[in-house]
Every structure is written in structure tokens, then in C-alpha cells.
Design a protein around this ligand. Structure first.
Ligand code: FAD
Length: 294
């Protein structure tokens, strides 16, 4: 099974796509429609997020198994340490391996209920993503990704500490990082500079949200943990009542961001799809991103 790292080694930048597990049959149909549409563009890899509840977690495992066995896509499964003992984590990792998933995004995750509440590890579990990286590495020949935060993780006291903790994840064996959402190319580039200055050469992939609706803008603000720049709000807020105009302007803004990142030599762009394909396909076409096998 191909590793994400191998897919990042081409001469041209590539793209990847992120989905979440389906909640019901209608969701599942929409997810698979999007997966099949995007499969034709040969993304470098596709990933499925890992939720907190049992049925959502089952959905991740079921969907990633189907991707591994029924599509040409390179699957990457997210995994979090939330509410899992080490024995359970070993089981899930073994399951991923059994269905042919060799790429894992190793995450600590957020506390159940209140993401900003106190983090209490499972009594027989792990406290930090770094430990999950070590565990995954110890269980086989996996390619391991980790999260990175352009503005620092909300729980980090400062950027220097945040960078040190990120670098520890690479020292523990992580192969690449995917950056949380951000607004300006410079925000990502400063993260890349901090990691490089710490002597770490692991590839970092920017996370990109297609800004098609006011909801996607709100989600980007929430996940990035910062206010959107006034410049972007002035472009998009006046269009909030006009769905078509908002989408057009939002995709223009994202195209400009991606063009700048590509000019700065990022190896890939990681698109949040919300289990739809249209906006990502449009962006991939506009940016001239090529199939990973090209
Ligand atoms: P960690 O790297 O463990 O960091 C958590 C905090 O602890 C940080 O403040 C860090 O600086 C600090 N820290 C790290 N190591 C140490 C140490 N040794 N000593 C002291 N402090 C330390 N969540 C989900 O639930 N499911 C998903 O599928 C999912 N996918 C994601 C994908 C991406 C690309 C990103 C960016 C995030 C994703 N998340 C997901 C969210 C993520 O789980 C949360 O942001 C979570 O709060 C942190 O996880 P982490 O892996 O970054 O944790």
C-alpha cells in the first residue's frame, strides 16, 4: 500500500481531500458520490476524520476499509486518543492495518463534550499525540502524520512551546504534518519557518477550506482559533445574503491563498471537502493541480 510520503515526492505539488464519517444512509450516499468524483482526479491521498462516539468511530473504520478495498485512492485514517485505552488504540490500529490502511494521522483529540474543557486522559490511555505516534510506529510499517497549528494550539502557552511540542512529534517518528486552517499564506509560512529553524525538515501541508458559504467561513474562524482578517471579511460579509456571489468571491479568495502557497513551494494542499466534491474539483482545476501519479 502506497504511503502518503511517497505521494508527496513528485516534482509537482499535489492535493489531498478530507471527509468525515457518514451519520446515516443519505450521508453515506453523498460521501460516496464525492469520493468517486474526486477519485477521478487522483488526489495524493484521502482521509477520514475520527469522532468521539462509538457509531462515528465505526463509521470511520467502515468507510476507510471500503476506500482501501474498493477504490484506487490512498487512504489515511485519523485516530485520536480520546476515551481510548492503549489496548483499544492497538486494536483500532490493528484493524486499520488489517484492511490495508498504512497511513494514520495521529492526534490527541479534544475532551468529550467541551473541546476547551480540561483534558483528562483515559486511565489506561495516552496524554499527547506524541505518544500515539510512538505507539503507531511500534506496531508496524505505518506512515504517520500529525497536526500542526499556524497560530499555535489553543492550549499552548506560546508559539515557542507549541513549536517544541510539534517537533517532538516528528522526533517520535511522524513523517509529515497537516496544518490547521488559517487565513493568510504568511501565517502558514511562519509555522514552516519555525519548524525549519528548529532543525526539522518534515513536510508540512496546509489545510484549506473552500469558502463557499458563510458557514464555511464561520467554521474556518472556529477551527483556526483567530479572527478572520478585516480584508477578507470586507470581501465576503456584504455577500452573505447572496449565495452565488458569496461562493464566487469565496472561491476567488481561496484560489489566491492557494496560489501564494504553491508559489512558496508547498508539496500539497489538503482540502476539507465537507463530503462534497464540487468546490474542491473547481479549485483543483483552477490551480492546475495534477494527478498524484503524473
Ligand atoms: P497534541 O499534539 O498532543 O497537542 C495538544 C496540546 O498539548 C498542545 O497545546 C501541545 O502544545 C501540548 N503538548 C503536546 N505534547 C506535549 C508534551 N509532551 N508536554 C506538554 N504539552 C504537550 N480531532 C478529532 O477529534 N478527530 C479528527 O479526526 C481530527 N482531525 C484533525 C486533523 C487536522 C489536520 C487537525 C489540525 C486537527 C484535527 N483534529 C481532530 C483536532 C485535534 O484533535 C485537536 O486540535 C486537539 O486539541 C489536539 O490534538 P493534537 O494531536 O494536536 O494534540
Amino acid at each position: 500500500m502506497t504511503s502518503v510520503l511517497e505521494r508527496l515526492r513528485g516534482e509537482r505539488p499535489v492535493f489531498s481531500v478530507e471527509f468525515f464519517p457518514p451519520r446515516d444512509a443519505a450521508d453515506e450516499a453523498a460521501l460516496w458520490h464525492a469520493i468517486r468524483e474526486l477519485e477521478q482526479l487522483d488526489p495524493a491521498y484521502m482521509s477520514i476524520t475520527y469522532g468521539a462516539g462509538g457509531s462515528s468511530r465505526d463509521g470511520t473504520i467502515r468507510s476507510i476499509a471500503r476506500v482501501a478495498t474498493e477504490t484506487t485512492l490512498v487512504p489515511m485514517a485519523h485516530l485520536t486518543a480520546v476515551n481510548h485505552s492503549v489496548a483499544e488504540l492497538r486494536n483500532v490500529i490493528g484493524w486499520y492495518a488489517a484492511v490495508g490502511v498504512r497511513n494514520i494521522l495521529a492526534l490527541r483529540g479534544d475532551p468529550l463534550g467541551d473541546p476547551y474543557g480540561e483534558w483528562v486522559p483515559h486511565p489506561d490511555g495516552l496524554s499527547y499525540a506524541e505518544e500515539l505516534v510512538t505507539l503507531v510506529r511500534s506496531l508496524g510499517d505505518f506512515c504517520v502524520g500529525v497536526s500542526a497549528f499556524p497560530y499555535g494550539h489553543p492550549r499552548s502557552p506560546d508559539l515557542a512551546t507549541d513549536t517544541a511540542h510539534l517537533v517532538r512529534k516528528f522526533d517520535a517518528g511522524a513523517d509529515f504534518g497537516i496544518a490547521q486552517l488559517f487565513f493568510e499564506a504568511e501565517d502558514f509560512l511562519r509555522l514552516r519557518d519555525r519548524v525549519a529553524a528548529a532543525g526539522c525538515a518534515a513536510p508540512l501541508i496546509p489545510g484549506i477550506m473552500p469558502l463557499t458559504t458563510p458557514r464555511t467561513l464561520a467554521k474556518t474562524i472556529e477551527l483556526s482559533g483567530v479572527h478572520a482578517p478585516r480584508r477578507l471579511l470586507d470581501r465576503l460579509e456584504p455577500l452573505a445574503g447572496d449565495a452565488k456571489a458569496f461562493r464566487a468571491e469565496g472561491l476567488d479568495a481561496v484560489t489566491e491563498l492557494c496560489e501564494r502557497l504553491l508559489a512558496e513551494g508547498v508539496p500539497a494542499l489538503h482540502f476539507y471537502t465537507f463530503n462534497r466534491s464540487k468546490a474542491t474539483r473547481e479549485l483543483v482545476g483552477r490551480l492546475g493541480l495534477v494527478p498524484a501519479r503524473a
